[in-house]
Design a protein around this ligand. Structure first.
Ligand code: ZN
Length: 125
């Protein structure tokens, strides 16, 4: 099984596919992202990797009823509002997020700690 198949397969396993609080597919993607030079040219894998995006929060500021998170995105956040899992202290929290000029708007969220990580909630569907 190649890594692209593994990423797809783990999304089909349902609710028993977490390493700690992180979905297995996203954990695998994180490791592969860190070794992108090894997988250069593996287009199917690289396409699949983009779906398992990761946004690490460097700083977050309140903006009316929302929070705007500044940080680093790995992978591809789809245009529009997406459901995301916020991984900070405790179990992940599902929220709505949208990309704005490289920053992530967390709708209806009052604050987000630096070092928190957001990942796609669709992996849990
Ligand atoms: Zn995933």
């Amino acid at each position: 099984m190649i890594a692209a198949d593994l990423l797809t397969y783990t999304m089909e396993l349902g609710a028993h596919t977490r390493v700690g609080t992180v979905r297995v597919c996203c954990a695998v993607a994180e490791h592969v992202h860190a070794r992108r030079d090894v997988v250069a040219g593996h287009h199917a894998l690289l396409r699949e990797l983009k779906r398992h995006w990761r946004f690490e929060v460097r700083e977050a500021l309140p903006d009316n009823a929302d929070t705007v998170a500044f940080g680093t995105l790995s992978g591809a956040f789809q245009a529009g509002v997406q459901r995301a899992e916020l991984h900070a202290d405790g179990p992940p929290v599902v929220l709505s997020a949208g990309l704005e000029d490289g920053d992530l708007r967390l709708f209806g969220v009052a604050g987000c700690p630096a070092g928190a990580v957001l990942r796609p909630a669709e992996c849990a569907d």
